[in-house]
Design a protein around this ligand. Structure first.
Ligand SMILES: C[S@@+](CC[C@H](N)C(=O)[O-])C[C@H]1O[C@@H](n2cnc3c(N)ncnc32)[C@H](O)[C@@H]1O
Length: 305
C-alpha cells in the first residue's frame, strides 16, 4: 500500500523549512506538494491564522492531502501561481518553498514511464491528463529537434549520434516502450560496465524536462514568486540538476532568470533579493546514505528586500 511515507521521503526537510523563517500567522506556498512532507512541516509551524497553499499537477499527489483548515490544495501547474493567488484573494505571501522535479513515487510507479528500470510505455507526464508523452516526442520530433533536447536538457555530448539512432529505428517501427528505446540505442546500452546507465539517466532526464516543460514552468513560477513575496518574505528552493540550479541562482542574485545584473545610476546593483545562504546547502552525509535521492540536491534561500 502506498502511504505518504513510501510515496516520497522529503529531502533537506529541516533546512528548507527553517529557511522560510515561518511566521505563525503568515501565508505560505509549497509549489511541489508530492507526498506532503514539506507541507506538513510548514503546517506544524503555523498558528490558527496562518495558511498554506500547496500545488501539485499530478493527480496521485492528491492521495496525500491533509485535512486541516489552514491548508488549501491547488491541483495545477505552479507556473500559474499568480493567477491562483489572485483567485484566492491573496495579494502577498510570506514564503514559498519549491522542491523541484519528480517524486520517488514517479520513479517507482512502473506505469508512469519515468524509470528505465521497467519496460513500460514512455509517458513521463506529471500531469497525465494532457500534453505530449515522451513517446510522442521520440516519434514526432525531427532528428535535429531531438538532438537539441538531448544536448540542452540531458547535457549528452553525443546527442547527434543518439538522435540519429532514434530516427533510424523509427523508420521501421514506433518507439513506445523502454525496450523499444533500449533497442534503438543498442550500441550505447550494450556495455556491461554500467556506464550506459548514466547516459540513460541523462536521456530520461532530457525527455522528462521536455515533456513537462520544466524549465519554462520554473522560470514563470520564479517570476510569480518574486512578484508575490512581501518584503522580508523568503524563497527556499531545492534543485536536483545544474540547469534548474542556474535559473534559481540567477533569480536570487539578480531578480531575473537570465542572471543579467542591473545597476542604478550610481552603479549599485538592483536586485529584489538578498541571499540568506551565500554557499549552497547540500544534504548531510547521513541523509545521503539514508535517502540516495538526496545526493544531487542543492538548497538556495533568499529574502525579498
Ligand atoms: C520532489 S517532489 C516534492 C516532494 C515533496 N516536497 C515531499 O516532501 O513529498 C516534486 C513534486 O512536484 C510536482 N511538480 C513538479 N513540477 C510541477 C509543476 N510545474 N507544477 C505543479 N507540480 C509540479 C511533482 O508532481 C511532484 O509531486
Amino acid at each position: 500500500m502506498i502511504t505518504a511515507e513510501t510515496y516520497h521521503v522529503p529531502v533537506l526537510l529541516k533546512e528548507s523549512v527553517d529557511g522560510l523563517n515561518i511566521q505563525p500567522d503568515g501565508i505560505y506556498v509549497d509549489v511541489t506538494f508530492g507526498g506532503g512532507g514539506h507541507s506538513k512541516e510548514i503546517l506544524s509551524r503555523l498558528g490558527d491564522k496562518g495558511h498554506l497553499y500547496s500545488f501539485d499537477q499530478d493527480a496521485d499527489a492528491e492521495n496525500n492531502i491533509v485535512a486541516d483548515d489552514k491548508f488549501t490544495f491547488v491541483r495545477s501547474n505552479f507556473r500559474y501561481i499568480e493567477n491562483w493567488m489572485q483567485y484566492y484573494g491573496v495579494e502577498k505571501i510570506d514564503g514559498l518553498l519549491a522542491d523541484l522535479g519528480v517524486s520517488s513515487h514517479h520513479f517507482d510507479d512502473e506505469t508512469r514511464g519515468f524509470s528505465f528500470r521497467f519496460d513500460a510505455p514512455l509517458d513521463m507526464r506529471m500531469n497525465n491528463r494532457a500534453g505530449k508523452t515522451a513517446a510522442d516526442i521520440l516519434n514526432d520530433y525531427t532528428e535535429e529537434q531531438l538532438a537539441d533536447v538531448l544536448y540542452l536538457y540531458g547535457e549528452l555530448k553525443d546527442s547527434r549520434r543518439l538522435a540519429r539512432s532514434i530516427a533510424k529505428y523509427r523508420q521501421n517501427q514506433r518507439i513506445e516502450t523502454t525496450q523499444h528505446l533500449m533497442d534503438a540505442l543498442n550500441i550505447q546500452c550494450s556495455a556491461t560496465n554500467g556506464l550506459w546507465k548514466k547516459d540513460m539517466a541523462k536521456f530520461y532526464q532530457a525527455l522528462r524536462i521536455e515533456v513537462n516543460h520544466e524549465m519554462d514552468a520554473l522560470r514563470e513560477m520564479l517570476i510569480g514568486a518574486t512578484n508575490l513575496l512581501k518584503e522580508g518574505g523568503r524563497l527556499s528552493v531545492i534543485t536536483y540538476h545544474s540547469l534548474e540550479d542556474r535559473i534559481v541562482k540567477n533569480v536570487m542574485k539578480t531578480g531575473n532568470v537570465e542572471g543579467k545584473v542591473n545597476q542604478d545610476f550610481f552603479g549599485r546593483i538592483q536586485t529584489p533579493f538578498k541571499l540568506v545562504n551565500n554557499k549552497v546547502i547540500v544534504p548531510a552525509h547521513e541523509e545521503e546514505i539514508t535517502n540516495p535521492r538526496s545526493r544531487s540536491a542543492k538548497l538556495r534561500i533568499a529574502e525579498k528586500i
